[in-house]
Design a protein around this ligand. Structure first.
Ligand SMILES: NC(=O)c1ccc[n+]([C@@H]2O[C@H](COP(=O)([O-])OP(=O)(O)OC[C@H]3O[C@@H](n4cnc5c(N)ncnc54)[C@H](OP(=O)(O)O)[C@@H]3O)[C@@H](O)[C@H]2O)c1
Length: 190
């Protein structure tokens, strides 16, 4: 049971443009031809920030096109936000704020032994990292640059460095990199 940050990013480390566009990503290939189907089958709970939630609400048509439904997940989902936002009428969503550790405990209880997916954004993934709760980063690096935008992972991770565990080429448009988060007591490679 791992807590994973699984996302796509541009080569220069952005999740989305400054105005939250993901058009660059959809042009790079189909989600069904990536590791996503296998990944999501092993996810029991999700967490995301308010901008990611708002993107899903705003782009319902695009989401239907990609995954066949305006709400793409069957797993319970926790949304971090500090404002009131319109709620999609889906039973399995919770709005939360503040400390990620407390929410992580609740997610573990409801994940049914499966993995926890931190969908994004980057700072939310960073908050789970800061709390020592993030186990793995799985990043599909797109063969494009955005120049500026929403950051992939705005943290300084130097020592111990992340441990690169796999590299997988997805055509000419993407490379998937997997990293294990090494902790003080967990630095040796296994
Ligand atoms: N490339 C990809 O595969 C991928 C993956 C995920 C997301 N995205 C996109 O990347 C962009 C990410 O946007 P973003 O960087 O702004 O990140 P975000 O995490 O989606 O949204 C940030 C907001 O989340 C809320 N938040 C975060 N931590 C919180 C906490 N502990 N307590 C309460 N609220 C908290 C705050 O909302 P308030 O304003 O309410 O305080 C904060 O302003 C979006 O456009 C998304 O669609 C792309």
């Amino acid at each position: 049971m791992k807590t994973q940050y699984y996302t796509a990013a541009s080569l220069d480390g952005f999740l989305a443009t400054e105005d939250d566009s993901l058009d660059w990503l959809f042009a790079l290939g189909s989600i069904e031809e990536s590791s996503y189907p296998e990944f999501i089958a092993n996810v029991g709970a999700l967490a995301m920030g308010s901008a990611t939630y708002e993107w899903i609400v705003r782009n319902a048509e695009k989401v239907v096109e990609e995954v066949g439904s305006p709400w793409p997940y069957t797993q319970p989902t926790w949304f971090f936000l500090s404002r009131q936002l319109p709620q999609i009428p889906v039973a399995e969503i919770r709005f939360v704020k503040g400390d990620v550790s407390r929410v992580h405990e609740a997610m573990l209880e409801e994940a049914g032994g499966k993995n926890i997916w931190i969908v994004g954004g980057g700072d939310l993934a960073g908050q789970f990292f800061d709390a020592g709760l993030l186990d793995e980063l799985i990043i599909q690096v797109g063969s494009v640059t955005l120049g500026k935008g929403k950051p992939l992972f705005p943290r300084m991770v130097l020592s111990p460095a992340l441990q690169l565990t796999s590299v997988h080429q997805l055509g000419s448009g993407m490379a998937e990199l997997r990293y294990k988060v090494q902790r003080g007591s967990d630095e040796s490679a296994d």
